[in-house]
Design a protein around this ligand. Structure first.
Ligand code: ATP
Ligand code: MG
Length: 365
């Protein structure tokens, strides 16, 4: 008898730049830990990148390659995990259309991540029709793989909630699942789609290297906010970014050290996230609060820690940068596998919806 196939994991990134430390602690770290136990799918969501940069297709293409290289450099094993290009997997689009019929438009627009993105990226009311569509598309990105687990950062939780709602609705409408059924029992009771719990990383939201936003809170590290340390940064760049990192200006008033607040200081958020010596952090944070130690010492230590983390990634990155064909091959293999899995889901979805008229196959050449 064949053993049970391992459960599936799905997660991914939008190719709007390179991977940074926020991605690492928010999601990549979980992927590395889980890739041996799960059948992993990593989507590079290139169509979603078009929501804000339809005029820059060459940048999106470059970023697809950069992110694939970052995955491999971080230690994703292409023999185990399938990284794939969203726009080459047609079942996702087809599912998007059907799922869009199950979600009220106003419900999509109430998604707080969408509203915040409109605000942060200054999209006003000029965003394209495809912008709210991407929130529905993301439900299809996930459900096309019927994963058991979706590791994401905190900002993705509202998207996951929408995915859960649409999955319940589909199961009730087309698979005869009783609306009172518990989420965990949906598949057992005949539902096609699992109702997925998000798995948030060790650090839910890593802050960036910059000053607090207008509301006084530290901003999330993000590709688009110029506050990121990238997995592809060289040692010098990491050093410069850390040495220039924002620290509470009141920190300089050593005469009144009681006023300094380590929680307003990204430096400590970084030590909490990356420094494994918790006793050192606690002791130094205390000394810092009392004005007995300055920024420079704490920053130097952080440079050392970050470079030790990124060094092996740099070595592997160099290996793959010298072998672009290997990166493309890994993408092609992963995409072929993603097509296979998502076609199976689409077939099951269409047959639940009584729209399975003909058989078909999709292949990459
Ligand atoms: P953009 O600025 O283009 O929105 P981003 O930096 O937010 O890019 P995404 O591609 O939107 O990156 O996010 C990919 C994954 O990484 C998501 O699961 C997201 O929650 C997670 N993530 C991104 N930034 C952080 C962060 N600073 N801390 C923790 N997780 C993060
Ligand atoms: Mg984002």
């Amino acid at each position: 008898m064949n053993p049970e196939p391992p459960p599936r994991l799905l997660t991914g990134d939008t190719p709007t730049g390179k991977l940074h430390l926020g991605h690492f602690v928010g999601s990549v770290e979980n992927r590395l830990a889980l890739q041996h136990r799960y059948d992993c799918y990593f989507i590079i969501a290139n169509k979603h990148a078009f929501t804000t940069r339809a005029d820059r297709p060459a940048d999106i293409r470059q970023s697809v390659i950069d992110i694939a290289t970052d995955y491999l450099a971080a230690g994703i094993d292409p023999a185990k995990s399938h990284m794939f290009i969203q726009s080459e997997v047609p079942a996702i689009d087809e599912l998007t259309f059907f799922l869009a019929m199950l979600i009220p438009f106003n419900r999509v627009m109430r998604n707080p991540t969408l509203t915040q993105e409109i605000r942060d990226k200054d999209l006003g009311d000029k965003y394209p029709f495809g912008f709210p569509m991407y929130a529905v598309g993301q439900c299809a990105d996930i459900l096309a793989f019927r994963p058991a687990i979706v590791p994401v950062g905190e900002d993705q939780i509202p998207h996951l909630e929408l995915t859960r709602e649409v999955a319940r609705k589909f199961n009730q409408l087309y698979c005869g699942v009783d609306p009172r059924t518990e989420d965990v029992d949906n598949v057992k009771r005949g539902g096609l789609f699992p109702i997925i719990e998000p798995k948030v990383g060790r650090i839910r939201r890593l802050v960036g290297t910059g000053a607090p936003g207008p509301g006084g809170e530290l901003l999330k590290m993000s590709k688009s906010l110029n506050n990121a340390i990238f997995l592809s940064d060289d040692a010098d760049t990491v050093q410069k970014k850390v040495m220039r990192m924002y620290t509470d200006p009141r920190r300089l008033r050593i005469s009144d050290p009681g006023e300094t607040d380590p929680d307003k200081n990204p430096l400590w958020a970084f030590h909490d996230a990356f420094n494994t010596d918790a006793a050192w952090v606690a002791e130094q944070r205390d000394a810092y609060r009392n004005g007995r130690v300055g920024d420079v010492v704490i920053k130097r230590k952080l440079v050392e820690i970050l470079n030790a983390l990124i060094d092996p990634i740099r070595t592997r990155r160099k290996h793959f940068e010298d072998r672009p064909d290997d990166v493309m091959d890994a993408l092609k293999q992963g995409t072929a596998r993603a097509i296979e899995t998502s076609e199976e889901t689409l077939h099951l979805a269409k047959s639940a919806m009584k729209q399975d008229y003909f058989g078909r196959s999709v292949f990459l050449k």
